[in-house]
Design a protein around this ligand. Structure first.
Ligand code: SAM
Length: 216
């Protein structure tokens, strides 16, 4: 996501710092609020804020490497006093240092940057080394829910899952016209791409073996 640097970024970040987790210890305060769900690359936070409103009994953490994008997300969470949502300004490569093994029940990857050039495949957030990091923090029955409009990235993701023998279910190439759409929350990118007529692809990736792949 290319974003212009936000005005007064530092003071705005400071004003919301109660919503920022800065260390592993900060997260421990919320551990009793399990199950813990995580979005990686939350952007401006529309999806994760709506999840926190809809599911007050779950605790959400959103990871975002871009400070500019994060400020909007933080300000929304603070304005609404969302008690079950916190943010981390960090790169997903650091995931295993931020979370304990087996403590995250669901990871959401929404419209991750596609990195279309072949030589950049290792930067894609569904590259196998990233998937392995996600699995290391997931509970045994944990899952990764991945949405994108980008078919090459979607196909790449399925290949990476196959390479790691990660089972996939609930696969659709057209989420908005599928049975999985009932409880779907649209992200900022999703609204944009879908308004341009692009179908949205979505799949659930499991940590442990399950047998079926259903498709609509
Ligand atoms: C294309 S945007 C999608 C934003 C949002 N999920 C949505 O669907 O509207 C991808 C986001 O992922 C973030 N991102 C990319 N690589 C990341 C990484 N390695 N760790 C954390 N965030 C990352 C970017 O800064 C950007 O905000």
């Amino acid at each position: 996501m290319r974003m212009r640097k936000k005005k007064n970024a530092e003071s705005r970040l400071l004003a919301c710092e109660d919503y920022l987790l800065k260390s592993r210890e900060d997260l421990l305060v919320y551990r009793d609020k399990m199950p813990l769900e995580l979005e990686i690359g939350c952007g401006k936070g529309g999806f994760i804020c709506q999840m926190a409103r809809r599911y007050p009994q779950r605790f959400f953490v959103a990871l975002e490497v871009s400070t500019s994008a994060l400020i909007t997300a933080l300000e929304t969470a603070k304005a609404e006093s969302l008690a079950n949502l916190r943010f981390i300004n960090a790169n997903a490569v650091h995931l295993p240092e931020l979370f304990e093994s087996g403590e995250v029940s669901t990871i959401y990857l929404n419209f991750s940057d596609p990195w279309p050039k072949a030589r950049h495949f290792k930067r894609r957030l569904t590259y196998r080394l990233f998937l392995e990091k996600y699995c290391s923090v997931l509970t045994p029955d944990g899952k990764i829910i991945f949405k994108t409009d980008n078919r090459p990235l979607f196909d790449f993701t399925l290949e990476e899952c196959a390479a790691l023998s990660l089972p996939v279910t609930d696969l659709t190439y057209d989420l908005h016209n599928s049975s999985y759409n009932a409880d779907n929350i649209m992200t900022e990118y999703e609204k944009n791409f879908s308004s341009q007529g692009f179908p949205i692809h979505r799949v659930v990736i499991h940590k442990k073996a399950e047998n079926t792949v259903s498709q609509t």
